[in-house]
Design a protein. Structure first.
Length: 318
């Protein structure tokens, strides 16, 4: 069972950037660490109690640029205490008075966020500018019921995501077919929906349970590379080795490699529903189709598979 991943960390909260520059109406209160906050009190019921769990979404924005938000994911959960173990103490001061339905807006100067070299300031950020985070309080739960609530939210999300994926798969396939036709690519479509272009034939294609080692470069359809173990600028050049059919890579990568044997070279055109889906990952935005340039270095039987993997590449599953 997947456990709740609490958002009570200095990295996740103290460095959260977000929502809107206007920050809503009303004045901010200032904490010792320089962060300012205000509560937009639209909520009802009692304020959250010590040790209870706050269920929420948050959005992150710097000026007009959206950094991150959780609205396309299951809600976040955070125990509220003042010990600093579950939640940084400054955030206890912020959240101890919230009610269900409230919104909390925080802002902090870039100078404070990146002070002391704890993290490098992105080049698009400027000193003296505010970073905003907006939290929307969805629920207040007792600690012993939070896990069950989380499981219910995950199930609901998965059901909705499955419905979305059916329509998205049709859209993905239309985009890939158009791209392949426009570029005169000879590709074979697998039963799962990955398109495979074989540029150099290899040996017997790998089967589930076999270990496969590959060199790869992952690109978007516009040709921009997002990861590679060939290009040294991505700082990992070890072959990527995983076991077919064991969930060691995104589904489309695994699927396409079953048409390529040792020594083969080619390209995989992977629909988003067989890649990172509606969530995306890092540089890969939600619902993005991917292209992988592939060279298969080796295919081995299970007993010959290595026990450890090299640095985690972008073809690894979410």
């Amino acid at each position: 069972m997947k456990k709740i991943t609490w958002l009570g960390s200095v990295v996740a909260l103290a460095f959260g950037l977000s929502s809107c520059n206007s920050g809503g109406s009303g004045s901010y209160k200032k904490l010792e660490n320089g962060m300012e906050y205000k509560i937009i009190g639209n909520g009802k019921g009692n304020p959250i109690g010590y040790g209870e769990v706050m269920k929420f979404h948050f959005a992150q924005k710097y000026k007009d640029s959206a950094i991150k938000d959780t609205y396309s994911q299951p809600p976040q959960y955070q125990p509220i205490d003042s010990t600093g173990m579950q939640l940084p103490k400054e955030y206890y001061e912020v959240f101890k008075n919230v009610r269900v339905g409230d919104s909390v807006i925080t802002r902090i100067l870039t100078d404070s966020v990146f002070k002391g070299g704890m993290a490098m300031m992105p080049k698009e950020f400027k000193k003296g500018e505010y970073l905003f985070t907006t939290f929307k309080i969805l629920g207040i739960l007792k600690a012993d019921s939070a896990q069950a609530d989380f499981a219910k939210e995950v199930q609901k999300f998965q059901e909705q995501d499955s419905i979305h994926a059916i329509a998205q798969a049709v859209k993905d396939d239309e985009i890939l077919q158009d791209y392949i036709a426009k570029n005169n690519i000879k590709a074979t479509k697998t039963e799962e929906g990955t398109y495979v272009e074989i540029q150099q034939a290899g040996g017997e294609p790998g089967k589930d349970g076999q270990s496969v080692s590959v060199k790869y470069t992952g690109k978007f359809l516009d040709g921009t590379a997002f990861d590679s173990n060939v290009d040294t600028s991505f700082h990992h050049t070890e072959p990527y080795t995983f076991t077919l059919g064991a969930g060691g890579s995104i589904k489309g990568f695994d699927d396409g490699l079953k048409l390529l044997g040792k020594g083969a070279k080619g390209r995989l055109f992977i629909p988003s529903v067989l890649g990172y889906g509606s969530q995306g990952s890092g540089k890969i935005k939600p619902n993005t189709n991917l292209v992988f340039e592939i060279e298969v270095l080796d295919v081995k039987d299970p007993q010959a598979a290595p026990q450890t993997l090299p640095a985690r590449p972008s073809v690894a599953p979410k």
